[in-house]
Design a protein around this ligand. Structure first.
Ligand code: ADP
Ligand code: GLC
Length: 490
């Protein structure tokens, strides 16, 4: 079975969030399951710089005129074991700013043109553009690749397609006239196609046309089929014949494990936590926090967006900082949240620190140093930081929703007695519920034997990519079978 992974991010080349961690880890896990898979990425500067022995396979459409994007095969240095495909289009990808937005943070106005070529590249490969490798399945990740299932379906389905939703809140919505730039037949502009309340929706295109749909945790798979959390697409999801599979993300323990992590000043594991104390002392010093081993160190490593629920944390900060607890925030994003945490750092010197940055090394150090990692998200498709927290012996404190609910066991009298507790959870998204979970964290912190019990249980958790890879293989088989059935019918 040959699988093309079409996505906009992959560690270590391009990362704005967990999507990159997932796309970076999946090909290896699939290889271990005996499946050949190759990446297809936009040619951002870092991707082009890593591209070796490039070979142009085909020009791609350019309905708006200008220089046509090219589909190029080569080897991407970090993924040297397998060839990869890149859409080379300097006009689209080689600009200052991020993958989705300009340097001011505003979405690029031509994002439909920037991501449609991923779909055309997938279609070209499915039609045999690379004579040495032709995918049986195109696995499209999030809206950036959402047009691929539509492009394949309208080209006679030369490969099956699987659509994975990493976050339904980002849909790739564009004005109707963008449709003219997509190189799709007029039939695609329909309720059963990619039209969504008079707009073009890349996410809907993926959901409508893919032979199989998945998302990144079982609970989120249920949640998004309900109007309350379906972002207007719950009906489309419920109507899909194959249902919505919930495949929980894994952790790449080759990158995220304190015993081998090269970013840490001192490494550690569950049997010997002395290194964790060193990491904590070092972080307190580096971030200007009071050097105090007894202070419960809470951490946030996050995009600062409304999804992550950090406005709730700002509301209960005085309670959170009781008994000398400390808070370090590593994140950037919405100005109101950045300003809120900056004000807190000013109001609580030595107790609150903010690093407004995306800093991979510091993220590793924060997980290693932290006692508690806060993830009070309004919604969370899967979430990776709570999983990294557990691996590094920090207790996740989470809102019981989506993948957070699927991965963290709240500390209660029962879960302690059964030795199942791995963190703390709150169930209603309101300040008093978060404050009471924080109080429970303080109380647990003051009981070292019980704290250590929960910490050890958390560190023993394994969220394996191999399990996820097997679930994806089953989905690929299902998609291939559906494609054959369609061919027989049609
Ligand atoms: P999301 O994808 O919604 O942002 P996840 O929890 O799935 O949330 O993944 C977030 C990823 O981004 C993790 O790898 C986390 O360590 C990383 N991350 C988030 N903010 C930062 C930051 N400011 N600096 C470095 N890494 C960050
Ligand atoms: C999205 C989600 C996050 C998930 C990640 C990887 O960014 O917000 O919950 O962990 O994708 O699947």
């Amino acid at each position: 079975m040959k699988i093309l992974q079409a996505a906009s991010e992959a560690v270590p080349l391009v990362k704005t969030g967990g999507l990159a961690d997932v796309v970076g880890a999946l090909p290896d896990a699939l290889a271990r399951a005996g499946v050949s898979s190759r990446l297809l990425l936009p040619g951002y500067p870092a991707v082009r710089a890593a591209l070796q022995a490039p070979r142009t396979l085909a020009p791609l459409p350019c309905p708006w005129g200008g220089v046509a994007p090219r589909l190029v095969a080569g080897r991407l240095e970090p993924f040297a074991q397998a060839p990869a495909y890149v859409v080379v289009a300097p006009e689209l990808y080689e600009r200052p700013g991020g993958p989705y937005s300009d340097p001011t943070g505003a979405a690029w106005a031509d994002n439909h043109r920037r991501f449609a070529p991923l779909a055309w590249a997938a279609r070209a490969l499915a039609r045999g553009a690379d004579t040495a490798w032709r995918p049986d399945v195109v696995h499209a990740h999030d809206w950036h690749a959402g047009l691929a299932p539509a492009a394949l379906a309208h080209a006679g389905q030369p490969a099956a397609s699987v659509m994975t939703v990493h976050n339904l809140a980002y849909q790739g919505l564009f004005p109707a006239q963008a449709f003219l730039d997509l190189d799709l037949p007029a039939a695609a502009w329909a309720l059963e196609g990619l039209e969504f309340w008079g707009q073009v929706s890349f996410m809907k295109a993926g959901l409508q046309y893919a032979q199989a749909i998945s998302t990144v945790s079982p609970r989120y798979a249920q949640e998004i089929q309900d109007p309350a959390m379906g972002c207007g697409l719950d009906g489309v999801l419920r109507a899909h014949r194959g249902g919505v599979a919930g495949v929980l993300n894994g952790v790449d323990y080759g990158v995220w494990h304190p015993r081998i992590d090269p970013h840490l000043r001192q490494r550690f594991d569950a049997h010997d936590l002395r290194g964790k104390s060193v990491c904590k002392a070092e972080l307190q010093q580096a971030q200007g926090l009071r050097p105090d081993p007894q202070a419960m160190l809470m951490a946030v490593v996050s995009r600062l967006t409304s999804q992550k629920g950090l406005d709730l944390l700002l509301q209960v900060l005085p309670q959170a900082l009781q008994h000398g607890a400390q808070l370090v925030v590593l994140g950037q994003g919405d100005a109101a949240l950045e300003d809120g945490f900056a004000a807190a750092a000013k109001a609580y010197p030595g107790q609150v620190a903010l690093r407004r940055a995306h800093d991979e090394t510091l993220a590793h150090r924060v997980f290693a140093a932290a006692d508690v990692v806060l993830v009070p998200s309004r919604f969370e498709p899967c979430g990776l930081t709570q999983l990294y927290a557990m691996a590094y012996g920090a207790l996740p404190l989470v809102h019981h929703v989506g993948g957070l609910a699927d991965t963290v066991v709240d500390t209660t009298l029962e879960s302690l007695a059964d030795d199942q507790a791995t963190g703390l959870a709150f169930y209603r998204f309101d300040p008093s519920a978060l404050a009471s979970a924080l109080r429970r964290a303080h109380l647990l912190w003051s009981r070292p034997a019980q704290w250590t019990q929960v910490q050890q249980r958390a560190m023993a958790q394994r969220f394996d990519w191999d399990r996820a890879a097997h679930a994806y293989v089953a989905l690929y088989e299902q998609a291939i079978a559906r494609r054959s059935a369609l061919a027989t019918l049609g």
